[in-house]
Design a protein around this ligand. Sequence first.
Ligand code: HEM
Ligand code: HEM
Length: 132
Amino acid sequence: MPRIAKLYFRTAIIFLIIGIAMGLNMAISQDHSAIGAHAHANLLGWVTMAIFGGYHALNPAKAERRIAMIQYGIYTAGVALMVPALYLMLTGYPQMEPVVAIASLITFAGVLLFAVIIFSGEPATRPATATQ
Ligand code: HEM
Ligand code: HEM
């Protein structure tokens, strides 16, 4: 598996653990205020990151490109900032809203960069040779 795919799955599982911990905490305390942080930790974290990692695993040539690591850095920074800031915003710290807004835009930039990866052509991995 390409390095970037492993990295995405390792990051994704951390968000699933955090997301489920928030879900259990909501269920046990019967206070569902953190629902948005829970939903987005699981969906932007676990689900979307696992899809990004899966895409790289299926496209190992693209996974070696520099843009793949840059995209990982931007997207992960966005989600890693958004989830705790959203949690705080929803649980009594409304002043965190601008942080959530900035983190959302960083996350979106990471998504747009992934669109660039998806639409870019396969890099040439070996010199073109005549095929039979
Ligand atoms: C043991 C694991 C989990 C527990 C205990 C849990 C618990 C909860 C709780 C208590 C709520 C609030 C429900 C409400 O107020 O209506 C919730 C909502 C939600 N959870 Fe989880 N959850 C778990 C795993 C997951 C996972 C793995 C995902 C996604 C991959 C997920 C996605 C969502 C979403 C999207 C909502 C919002 C649903 C809505 O808007 O009505 N949850 N969860
Ligand atoms: C930067 C990206 C995103 C932003 C800024 C965003 C923003 C929002 C907002 C403002 C809400 C309404 C929350 C409320 O009513 O209290 C919401 C709800 C929701 N979003 Fe997102 N979203 C993003 C990405 C995603 C993605 C990628 C998914 C799924 C893969 C998703 C799934 C959901 C679900 C299931 C809900 C309803 C659960 C809840 O109330 O939290 N979102 N989102």
